[in-house]
Design a protein around this ligand. Structure first.
Ligand code: FAD
Length: 429
């Protein structure tokens, strides 16, 4: 009997899962892809609306209007599906969304997507077989925007629901005293709305930096407040770096860690996102889902107790599309039996050991899902185990070069264009 797989989400990860499932018709039935909204692309579907749609469902995308990718198309692409060569290396969100539409069309995924359909519940059902073995299937309950609800059974589930939607807002003592506007980068769309105002941006990662630079260009006075070490590059005029914000004082002013005090019209939290899967019961799965960490997940994908449920794309600081492509192929190799798994106990032990090693090396608990410089070994290990081609070395070398450029010139690094020369070489053009 062919395996039935449910895929939750038609963003890059869900499309990638569907593409590889469809490529294995002898083992897998055609997938059912559930998608909340009426288009593919997930976070790349820019929405000017904030909050909730008329249907009452929350806006998923965290894109802002003028965003350009922070990776060049030469490494951002799925390794087997290049972007249009006419595009410049750093693209608009519209160009990425069109690419994902094209990917969907080229692999004939569209007919398998149920748009406007939210997955509401995913439950494992364990059956005892003859001889004492157990088999898990999954009951997936979804509801169409019209209200029609359905429950179906699948052999495996790919959770591709993204994790840049539920804003993480740290507790700031006294925040109720702030007299201006408070928002999270999830709801930031364009800078003109804030022209000329004084703004504290909290967080200096990709979004914090980009948004600060956008705001400075429309005459805002930006205080870029963060807890990391001092930035190593010069900031454009209009942006001042400051230590992290510790509280809001009774008069509405902002107190920073170094003791300085500032006043601001707007406070923008660029403080990241929480993992949130309202359709899962984490206790039932044996996985602790916290704001920034899910554990234990074997190979950053599977709950050891239920290795037919796969979270795709939950590692942080990765080259996303190539990473999804490796994870999906590994997951399918687990399902078709190519990759044998250790026992549940052994998988849990391995995950705990890996986590402990990271903690011993000084990694903060909330950064346990960050794999950054280990991502290449990780993808290589998945490829070796499942027998698919590893990522070409040029992906790593260009990715690392762009990171280096970003650290030197966060405002200008996107002006460059690149070309892949071979599997090992790239050039700037
Ligand atoms: P998403 O794109 O979030 O897709 C998840 C999908 O699941 C959505 O369509 C959603 O509607 C659907 N869904 C969620 N819950 C349910 C449910 N219960 N039922 C049914 N459907 C559901 N990556 C890069 O490679 N380059 C960049 O330059 C880059 N810039 C970024 C900038 C921003 C501001 C953000 C937020 C992210 C950026 N990323 C970038 C990372 C980006 O998130 C990934 O590249 C990738 O698009 C994530 O794909 P995904 O499929 O995992 O999640």
């Amino acid at each position: 009997m062919m395996m039935r797989v449910a895929v939750i989400g038609a963003g890059a990860a869900g499309l990638c899962a569907a593409r590889h499932i469809l490529a294995r018709p002898k083992v897998f039935a055609r997938p059912v892809v559930f998608e909340l909204i009426d288009r593919v692309g997930g976070t790349w579907c820019y929405e000017e609306e904030v909050g909730v749609y008329d249907s009452g469902r929350p806006v998923h995308s965290s894109m802002y209007r003028d965003l350009r990718t922070n990776l060049p198309k030469e490494v951002m692409m799925f390794p087997d599906f290049p972007f249009d060569p006419e595009l410049s290396s750093f693209m608009s969100h519209q160009e990425v969304q069109k690419y994902l539409e094209k990917y969907c069309q080229s692999h004939s995924i569209g007919p398998h997507i149920r748009f406007n359909t939210a997955v509401e519940k995913v439950q494992p059902v364990t059956d005892l077989q003859e001889g004492g073995a157990t088999v898990t299937s999954w009951r997936v309950t979804s509801s169409h925007v019209s209200g029609l609800q359905k429950t179906e059974t699948f052999d495996a589930v790919f959770v591709c629901a993204g994790h840049y939607s539920d804003p993480h807002i740290p507790d700031i003592p006294g925040i109720q005293h702030f007299k201006g506007t408070v928002l999270h980068s999830h709801s930031y769309k364009f800078p003109e709305a804030f022209a000329g105002q004084s703004i504290v941006v909290l967080g200096a990662k990709a979004s914090g930096l980009d948004i600060s630079m956008e705001l400075a260009k429309v005459g805002c006075q930006v205080t870029l407040s963060h807890r990391g070490p001092r930035l190593t590059f010069p900031l454009p005029p209009g942006i001042n770096e400051s230590s992290t914000m510790v509280s809001i004082q009774e008069d509405g002013s902002v107190l920073f860690q170094d003791g300085s005090v500032g006043v601001a019209d707007v406070l923008i939290f660029c403080t990241g996102y929480n993992f949130k899967y309202p359709f899962l019961d984490s206790a039932e799965l044996g996985v602790d889902i916290q704001q920034h960490v899910m554990s234990p997940l074997y190979r950053y994908m599977m709950p050891p107790a239920f290795p037919s449920l796969f979270f795709i794309g939950v590692c942080k600081l990765i080259c996303p599309f190539p990473n999804f492509n490796c994870q999906v192929q590994f997951a399918l190799a687990v399902l078709d039996g190519t990759v044998p798994l250790p026992s549940r106990v052994q998988m849990e032990k391995e995950v705990r050991q890996e986590e402990q090693e990271k903690l011993d090396q000084g990694v903060e608990h909330r950064h346990l899902m960050v794999i950054q410089r280990h991502q290449w070994d990780y993808c290589q290990m998945l490829a070796r185990a499942a027998g698919f081609p590893p990522l070409p070395p040029v992906v790593r070398s260009l990715y690392e070069e762009v990171w280096r450029q970003r650290r030197i010139d966060p405002d200008g690094y996107r002006q460059h264009n690149y070309r892949l020369v071979s599997a090992t070489q790239w050039e700037m053009i």
